[in-house]
Design a protein around this ligand. Structure first.
Ligand code: ZN
Length: 203
């Protein structure tokens, strides 16, 4: 509801140029660097990363995560490709830590998964859950990140037989995704892909 009030008072404006009419205008989006590097090794699962986590894309993701701009998920999803061409796909968000979801009132990865499923006629499963709160990865190095997320996830309920697309907003070392993939593989779910909005560069 707050977002609707906010929208009435401050209509959607482009994160890049402030032009009214949407969060991500075509002209600005055309200047956003696409991610062209390789992706971290993740148990042989193909990972599609669209953008570099910088500039306007970074601002958009921060607004989605920390400023309650939930509809930013739709705006970002509109710029992500459809995967698994034509097959019915289950989108599985990589859940944020429960403490952070409670604080924000939503999980940005769930919003992204919903937006992608709507666009590409798939469906969403939230059976992948965090079973412990992990400290935020932002201040950790590569090795600490891997240790931090080990056994952070569990899968509840029956395995899914449709192709699965794991969805997350940002991937840096791939440690979180890798931990999630390991859980799905253990349960025999092997038709997996990963879709990430942007790749963060570890500084
Ligand atoms: Zn713009």
């Amino acid at each position: 509801m707050w977002e609707r009030i906010l929208q009435a008072v401050f209509p959607d404006a482009c994160v890049g140029c402030q032009q009214l009419g949407g969060f991500l205008c075509d002209r600005c989006m055309a200047t956003c660097p696409l991610y062209e590097g390789d992706v971290p090794e993740m148990h042989g699962v193909p990972c599609v990363v669209q953008f570099v986590y910088t500039g306007m894309i970074r601002r958009a993701i921060l607004l989605l995560k920390y400023a309650g701009r939930r509809r930013m998920a739709d705006a970002l999803a509109a710029h992500l490709p459809a995967l698994c061409g034509g097959q019915r796909v289950c989108y599985v968000p990589i859940p944020a830590a429960p403490a952070r979801v409670a604080q924000r009132g939503y999980d940005q990865a769930v919003l992204l998964a919903n937006a992608l499923a709507l666009r590409h006629h798939g469906y969403v499963s939230c059976q992948l859950v965090r079973v412990r709160n992990t400290p935020t990865q932002a201040k950790l190095n590569r090795q600490q990140r891997h240790t931090n997320v080990q056994s952070a996830f569990a899968w509840y309920g029956p395995a899914i037989r449709d192709p699965i697309v794991l969805v997350d907003d940002v991937c840096t070392t791939g440690a979180t995704l890798s931990a999630a993939i390991a859980v799905l593989h253990e349960l025999g779910m092997r038709r997996l892909m990963v879709q990430v909005v942007a790749r963060g560069i570890l500084t």
